[in-house]
Design a protein around this ligand. Structure first.
Ligand code: 5GP
Length: 194
């Protein structure tokens, strides 16, 4: 997605050979126009998949997920990372090891939100080693719902998550695939040229 890749080139900060900081438009400050375009793109890619719900993880998945839900006209559920007083039982839970925080967290969604007849689109901000996406996929499957695929804003193609998850048969659509972050520059993979 051209607009996204230009934004990454302009505002992304390469923190190391493996970590990209995009705090000016996705992970801290949010660019609503860009999120709207991202929502349109995910909605277009999954328009024929019969999606009934979108599931993401707090907090950075919420903005792109919400915009996609608005266009597909379906509810958006975000898995919570912290225990909550109002969300304490009747939970679907999965454990996710965080790449950026280097710690494990349980993520949960109320069983009331997902049902066997649902067809779910997973959305997240980044795909690196795939832990977050695998956790989301596990969690949704516990409900008996079908997972139609995943929409990822930025995939780091040099890490193994995308390859493994696609090899397991899940459709993964990434709007920008970063091939390399070495020497402080962002290089995109050919597949994400459009
Ligand atoms: P994974 O579970 O695929 O290893 O990592 C995905 C999660 O880690 C994403 O939800 C995102 O929050 C975070 N993450 C992974 N790599 C990066 C990165 O390079 N930059 C930022 N900002 N977040 C990342």
């Amino acid at each position: 997605m051209k607009m996204l890749k230009e934004k990454i080139q302009k505002e992304g900060i390469v923190l190391s050979d493996t970590v990209l900081k995009v705090d000016t438009f996705l992970n801290h400050q949010i660019d609503p126009q860009l999120m709207q375009e991202i929502g349109k793109e995910f909605a277009a890619r999954f328009k024929d998949a019969g999606i009934t719900k979108i599931v993401t993880i707090e907090s950075s998945g919420i903005a792109p997920a919400l915009m996609t839900g608005l266009i597909l006209d379906v509810p958006v559920i975000f898995a919570r990372k912290r225990k909550s007083l109002t969300l304490s039982d009747n939970l679907l839970t999965a454990t996710v090891y965080s790449f950026t925080k280097q710690e494990s967290n349980d993520i949960s969604v109320s069983k009331d939100m997902l049902h066997e007849e649902d067809v779910v689109l997973l959305i997240d901000d980044f795909l690196a080693n795939g832990q977050a996406l695998k956790g989301l996929n596990d969690l949704v499957k516990q409900s008996g719902a079908q997972v139609a695929g995943a929409g990822i804003v930025i995939e780091k193609g040099f890490q193994t998550g995308g390859k493994e998850i696609r090899a397991n048969g899940l459709r993964v659509e990434s709007l920008a695939i970063v091939e390399s972050l070495v020497n402080g520059g962002v290089v995109f993979a050919e597949e994400s040229v459009n």
